[in-house]
Ligand binder design. Sequence first.
Ligand SMILES: CC(C)(COP(=O)(O)OP(=O)(O)OC[C@H]1O[C@@H](n2cnc3c(N)ncnc32)[C@H](O)[C@@H]1OP(=O)(O)O)[C@@H](O)C(=O)NCCC(=O)NCCS
Length: 143
Amino acid sequence: MTDPLVMATVAHAKAMALLHGRAFAPRERWGADAIGLQLALPGAFGWIASAGGMILARVAADEAEVLTLAVDPTVQGHGLGRALLEQAMVTARQRGATAAFLEVASGNAPARALYAAASFAVVGRRNGYYPGGDDALVLRRPL
Ligand SMILES: CC(C)(COP(=O)(O)OP(=O)(O)OC[C@H]1O[C@@H](n2cnc3c(N)ncnc32)[C@H](O)[C@@H]1OP(=O)(O)O)[C@@H](O)C(=O)NCCC(=O)NCCS
C-alpha cells in the first residue's frame, strides 16, 4: 500500500460519506452531515485513502475509539484497511491514548480478521445488538 493517506477535515465529509456508502449496506451508511458532525467533535479525527477508504476515530482522555472504517469493495484486500487502522492508531497514540476500543459485528469476518491481525482482543459482547441478530463485540488494543 503506497497510496498517501490524507488527514480529514470537515471539508472532506461529503467525500467520506461517498466512500462509506460504497462499503456499507444502505441502513448502515453515514451521511455527510453525520460525518461532519463527528469530525467536529472534540478529539475526533479521520484519515482518507485516496484509492478508496476512510476511517473516523476519537480520543477522549487516554482512550481512543474507532468510530467507523470503510474500504471501497473494488479495492478491498489490498492493505488499505490495515493502513488506515494503523495510521489512526499512530494518531491516537500521539494524542495521548494508551488504549483503543471499537465495536464490530460478530458475523463481520473480514473486519474481525483485520482487527485480530492488528492485535485487538475481545473484551466485551452485547448479545443480539445488531438488527440482523449479530452480537456486538467490543475490542481493545493497548497502544
Ligand atoms: C473490513 C475492511 C475495512 C477491510 O479492509 P481491506 O482494505 O479489505 O483490508 P486489508 O486488505 O487491509 O486486509 C488486512 C487484513 O484484514 C484481514 N482481512 C481483510 N479482508 C478479509 C477477508 N475478506 N477475509 C478474511 N480476512 C480479511 C486479513 O487478515 C488481512 O491481512 P492479509 O491480507 O495479510 O491476510 C473492509 O472489508 C470493509 O470496508 N468492509 C465493509 C465495512 C466494514 O465492515 N467496516 C468495519 C466495521 S467494524
